[in-house]
Write a protein that binds this ligand. Structure first.
Ligand SMILES: *[C@@H]1O[C@H](CO)[C@@H](O)[C@H](O)[C@H]1NC(C)=O
Ligand SMILES: *[C@@H]1O[C@H](CO)[C@@H](O)[C@H](O)[C@H]1NC(C)=O
Ligand SMILES: *[C@@H]1O[C@H](CO)[C@@H](O)[C@H](O)[C@H]1NC(C)=O
Length: 520
């Protein structure tokens, strides 16, 4: 697409020459195709996927929804963070082992007879731990996706036969990580896990308690009442996993588990089509549920590993200082609820159409209000949207044009540039669709400018189509929620391995309300 080429050329020009690019956003001198209202993102572009997955890092909800992670991000666990490890004996692990950030999760592994009790170790970090985070439901031990990125790092290929080989995987990851002084690996299923390479490095024992046990034998699986699904839909079990589901839900949404501080300036993404071009044909004509890393070429595996290793060798702090996570969420916050409202209004077909039209127009106008210049007025031709190009441009560039000033732009790392592109592409598409809807509303006579009034029915149909296509493309995890909202004694839950038995329930999980407590 033309606009994308302009973007890329601009980025390249900036990095290569450091020349100012202020003229680029001066609409008077911009090439007209740059603000073409019909220029959609190319089908194979991944900016929206990078945008959504970066916005979701360390949050359990979106990573339970799309289990197959595509990002690997270095991070730090700050001093004073408690980590928990439940076990069946009182020995400190002498090998790489599992810890959780919430005690509820570790307690599920605190195992011992009811006569002797069980053991729960609490560690506290004494220096910042260097960790590497795999996004997605990377601790879900099922084949076909969630473990792909770890396999690539541990073994240089995806090895389905070793899906359950946790000890080997962790040992090999730790061995590989030694050269970068990595202390552990962060993964997520219900809850965050930190796989620690050495229980004596950077951590000390805060307590090692012999707790009341819930009667499970050492090492064995949690005992279940015979014949009963531990998690009947719309219910919670008395087995204790409900407490994990609950503690996990505290980190469901942004900002997620804040005990891990990620360095986005060193993020590696398998959605990066320059780094990993071999996955483009594998995603083509597939649904997002099925996107995974399998099928990646050996050449791209080498490129990913060499990028990752070079990022891990870099000292921290060589980045622009831009808070990308906040910037992404500024965009999400500004549009998520309003787009959702527009879709809702347009979906209520039984409503009186002129009223719906005005309500939708009002929502669209609020989104664009900061960009609607006093000097603009519609051109004569009804189908010509070009008079509104400055609004499209301002909407698209306001949050990011400062990044392109040479001093700042030159400091962007490779990963920051990737996130910047993803953000620009995503924001641009929102602005294109919303501005076009607004212009169509003006043409239909919904504002003070007078123009021929089109029949509202066809306008509503075209708006409905556009908003649905946009929101399906964005596919923001914030829109996946229980509707109607759950009652006070319930919480909204996405079926996740290992609950709800049949695998089909986790394949395209739909949110549902489950009880937190038994009925009174
Ligand atoms: C939840 O499960 C328990 C045990 O099976 C049952 O007694 C209770 O009625 C269930 N509650 C709901 C709301 O289904
Ligand atoms: C998208 O990728 C597919 C598969 O590689 C390719 O056949 C197609 O031409 C690409 N389309 C565009 C518009 O780049
Ligand atoms: C649109 O309305 C139908 C019928 O009321 C409903 O089933 C559907 O979930 C709605 N879609 C959206 C996206 O809200």
């Amino acid at each position: 697409m033309a606009w994308r080429i302009v973007y890329l050329l601009n980025l390249l020009a900036l990095t290569a020459t450091g020349q100012p690019s202020q003229t680029r956003f001066n609409y008077a001198s911009s090439p007209s195709e740059e603000w073409d209202f019909n220029a959609k993102p190319s089908i194979n572009n991944t900016g929206h996927l990078i945008f959504d997955t970066v916005s979701a890092l360390l949050q359990h909800w979106p990573n339970s929804r799309y289990r197959n992670g595509h990002n690997i991000v270095p991070g730090l666990v700050p001093v004073g963070t408690l980590l928990y490890h439940g076990r069946g004996d009182s020995n400190l692990p002498a090998e790489p082992q599992w810890t959780s950030t919430d005690p509820e999760h570790a307690y599920r592994f605190c195992r011992g007879g009811s006569d002797v009790g069980c053991w729960q170790l609490t560690l506290v970090t004494t220096r910042p731990l260097n960790v590497l985070y795999f996004d997605g439901a990377s601790a879900v031990k099922i084949r076909d996706g969630p473990m792909d990125s770890q396999d690539i790092v541990a073994w240089g290929r995806i090895v389905p036969e070793w899906t359950g080989s946790e000890r080997k995987r962790l040992q090999d990851l730790c061995m590989w990580g030694q050269q970068f002084s990595l202390d552990g690996f962060v993964r997520c299923r219900l809850s965050s896990e930190i796989m620690l390479c050495d229980f004596t490095e950077g951590v000390q024992v805060a307590s090692f308690l012999n707790l009341v046990s819930h009667g499970r034998g050492p090492g064995g699986p949690p005992r279940r009442p015979p014949g009963r699904n531990p998690f009947p839909p719309s219910n919670v079990s008395s087995m204790g996993w409900d407490t994990v589901v609950q503690s996990s839900s505290w980190h469901n949404r942004y900002p997620g588990d804040t005990r891990i501080h990620l360095d986005l300036s060193r993020l590696i993404s398998f959605y990066d089509t320059s780094l990993v071009p071999s996955l483009i044909p594998h995603r083509f004509n597939q649904e997002r549920w099925d996107y995974r890393i399998a099928g990646i070429s050996d050449k791209d595996i080498k490129a990913v590993l060499s990028s990752l290793e070079s990022e891990l060798r870099k000292p921290q702090g060589g980045s622009s200082g831009i808070d990308w996570m906040t910037l992404i969420h500024v965009i999400v916050d500004r549009y998520a609820e309003r787009l959702d409202m527009v879709r809702y209004l347009l979906n209520s077909t039984e409503h009186d159409t002129p009223t719906t039209t005005k309500l939708v127009y009002a929502q669209v106008e609020i989104m664009l209000q900061p960009y609607i210049l006093h000097s603009l007025s519609p051109s004569a031709g009804q189908d010509d949207y070009s008079w509104a190009a400055p609004i499209f441009r301002l909407c698209t560039t306001t949050h990011t044009s400062y990044i392109e000033v040479p001093l700042l732009s030159a400091r962007l790392t490779y990963s920051e540039r990737l996130i910047f592109q993803a953000l620009s592409e995503t924001n641009r598409e929102i602005c294109r669709v919303v501005t076009r809807m607004w212009v169509q509303g003006i043409s239909a006579g919904l504002e003070k400018y007078s123009s021929p009034v089109s029949p509202f029915g066809s306008l509503l149909e075209s708006w409905k189509h556009d908003i649905n296509v946009l929101m399906d493309w964005l596919d923001w995890n914030v829109w996946v929620m229980c509707r109607p909202a759950c009652a006070f004694e319930e919480h909204c839950y996405l079926p996740t391995w290992p609950f709800f038995g049949p695998r089909k329930d986790w394949e395209r999980p739909q949110p549902r309300c489950i009880r937190k407590v038994e009925p009174l």
